[in-house]
Design a protein around this ligand. Structure first.
Ligand code: PGA
Length: 246
């Protein structure tokens, strides 16, 4: 079954979330794929309530690598768990870029999430300059290798999201063939580390929308999507869910 995860980023309000989550819950097809909403932390409790009785799962957008302690501003995996959080995005390119998150830190965050029953959605992806320099394979492999190294036999429990940085929020999507090529590489890398690589969800993210979702999701190694902008509009998000549930 495919997984569609919405990444609201720093968007939303009590009022807007109420309308959005109700509309998504009401419009879910009867045999929907797995769907998660990764919401800003202050809204976890609100969305936990709003989604009750639906198939929607709750996600966070980040998690601390630490279990507890003097880490002002951070959120631990066990705190997230208390609010019914099932997924946490780790290593999103915006956090790598604006908060200096390294491959090693992202790997530790994935480990902290797994230790508390939260599934990390590990983001990897190259910048435009890296793609143009022919470094795509090297970059995504290095990013995933760090997570495999630290998480060992638990690696089949993670979700991977391939998000080419040049496609995020730009309206410029990777072609299905470009995405599939990288997804196949990531699958091969996982297969060298676990016998269960085939069941690991590898999501595509970066300007996935109602119009292009079906062709991306038709690729053999694209197991779902991580959706930013289009996850804030119920009709668009529901169309992507429908495409993934077909
Ligand atoms: P986008 O964002 O769908 O708005 O491109 C995807 C993401 O950053 O997860």
């Amino acid at each position: 079954m495919k997984l569609i995860a919405g990444n609201w980023k720093m968007n939303g309000s009590l009022e807007a979330n109420d309308a959005l989550v109700r509309a998504i819950a009401a419009g879910m097809p009867p045999s929907a794929c797995d769907v998660a909403l990764c919401v800003p932390a202050p809204y976890l409790a609100q969305v936990q309530m709003l989604k009750s009785g639906s198939k929607l799962e709750l996600g966070a957008q980040d998690v601390s690598q630490h279990a507890q302690g003097a880490y002002t501003g951070e959120l631990s995996a066990s705190m997230l768990r208390e609010f019914g959080v099932r997924y946490a995005i780790v290593g999103h390119s915006e956090r790598r870029q604006y908060h200096g998150e390294t491959d090693a830190l992202v790997a530790e965050k994935a480990k902290a999430a797994l230790a508390h029953g939260v599934t990390p959605i590990v983001c990897v992806g190259e910048t435009l300059a890296q793609r143009e320099a022919g470094q795509t394979e090297e970059v995504v492999k290095r990013q995933l290798a760090a997570v495999i190294h630290v998480n060992g036999h638990c690696i089949s429990e993670i979700v991977v999201a391939y998000e080419p940085v040049w496609a995020i929020g730009t309206g410029r999507t990777a072609t299905p063939e470009q995405a599939q090529q990288v997804h196949a590489l990531l699958r091969k890398q996982l297969a060298a580390a676990t016998a269960h690589a085939q069941s690991v969800h590898i999501l595509y993210g970066g300007s996935m929308n109602a119009a292009n979702a079906a062709s991306l999701l038709a690729q053999p190694d694209i197991d779902g999507g991580l959706i930013g902008g289009a996850s804030l509009k119920a009709p668009d998000f529901l169309q992507i869910i429908a495409a993934a549930s077909a």
